[in-house]
Design a protein around this ligand. Sequence first.
Ligand code: GAL
Length: 421
Amino acid sequence: MKFRAFLISTALTAVTISYGTLAHAADVKEVQMLHWWTSGGEAAALDVIKQAVAKQGFAWKDVPVAGGGGGAAMTTLKANVAAGNPPTASQILGYYALEYAEQGSLADISSLAGKDGWDKVVPAALQKFAKTNGKWGAVPINIHSVNWIWLNKAVMEKIGGTEPKNFDEFVALLDKAKKAGVIPLALGGQPWQEATMFDSIVASTGGTDFYKKAFVDLDEGALKSDTMKKSFDNLAKLRDYVDPNYTGRDWNLATAMVIKGDALVQVMGDWAKGEFAAAHKEAGKDYLCYRFPGTDGSVFYNSDMFAFFKVPADRQAAQLALAQVTMNPDVQSAFNVIKGSVPARTDVSDAAFDICGKKGIADVKTANAKGTFFGSLAQNYAQPPAIATAYYDVVTKFMHGGIKTSDIAVTELVKAINAAK
Ligand code: GAL
C-alpha cells in the first residue's frame, strides 16, 4: 500500500487525511526531529524534508541543537532517550546509531524497508549502520565524504595556483597564497574539525591501505608507525597557514572566508558545498572542488541517518512518514543537491547535480567497486564514539600545543585509543 493521503478536505474547519494502513485517527500528526543542521546550507537542505513531510499531513517540530559535527546534539539526544522522551527521529552518525540499536532503543521499520526495497538500493557499507540483526532502525539520507578541499576560484587565479596533486604540492600552493597576502587555509579550530582534516592528512600521507590499517583495523603497529608520525608532522605544516583567530571558529564561518575570498581554501567535508550553494555560488565558476591532494580515488565517508527510537503506537505513523519521504528518490536528489552530499540510494540519477556533485556520485561508485570506500574516523564511521573522542583529544592537543611533538602524539594516540576500547 502506498503511503499517500487519499482524501484531503480543504474546508477550514474539517481537514481529513488518511494514510491507509499506516495511520489512524488517533495518531500524533507531528514529526519531532532532533538535528544539528543550523547553518544556511544545512537548514536549506532540511527544508526539503520538512516540505515532504508536510505533504504527508504531518506538522514539523524542529529540535535543533547547534554545533557542527553533532557532539552537542548527541549529548541532548542521550539525555532525552535516558529520560524516556525520545524525539520522533534524530539525525545520527554511524556508530551512535549502532550503539542505540544494540541497547535496544531503536524501533523496527523493516516492514516499510521490505516493501520499498531498500536492501537493493542502499550500499552495504551503510546498511551495516542502519540495520542491526536484520532490522532497519534508521534511514540514510546521504553520503558525505571528508576528503575534499574547497577553493575560491578568483583567489586561485590571482595567485596563479593549479590543482595540487599531492601533499607537498598542497603546501606549495598554501605558501603561494601566504606570499600573496591571502589567508591560505580557512580552518575552524574545534576538535571535530581538526580531526576531520586529519583523516584526510593520514589518508594522503600513508595511502588508503594505511588509513584502513590504522583507523578501521586499529592496528597498533600502524598507529605508532613513522607514517603516523609523518601525518602529525604534516598536520603541523598546515597549522602554519591558518590565521591567528582560527581557534573555536565554526566550520561554516571558515567556509564563508573562502566564499568571500578572504581565504584561499578550506579542507572540509562536502557539507561545505551547501554553504557555497546557499550563497548562490557556482561550482567551477566561483569555486573549485578537489579531492584532498593525494586521496583521489578513495572516499572517506559519513552518512547522515535518521534514527527512529521506540515510541508509543500513536507516534509510529510519524516515524514511518519521515522514513518513507527520506528514502524517496526525488527527495534524496533534491536534498543532496542543496546539502552538498551524494544520495544514499545508488539508483538516483546525477542529472540535477553540479560538477562537484557529479564527481561525488561517481567517486562513491568507483570507491565502492574498488574497495576504497572507508568510514571516516572523525565522523563516527570507523570506530565507536569513545574511540573517535579519544582521537579528537589527541589531534586537538597536538594542534594547539598541548602535545609538543609528533613522537609524543603517536604515543598519546595509542594510549588514548587503548583506554577507550
Ligand atoms: C557532519 C554531518 C553533516 C554536516 C556537518 C557539519 O557530521 O554529517 O551533515 O552537518 O556535520 O555540521
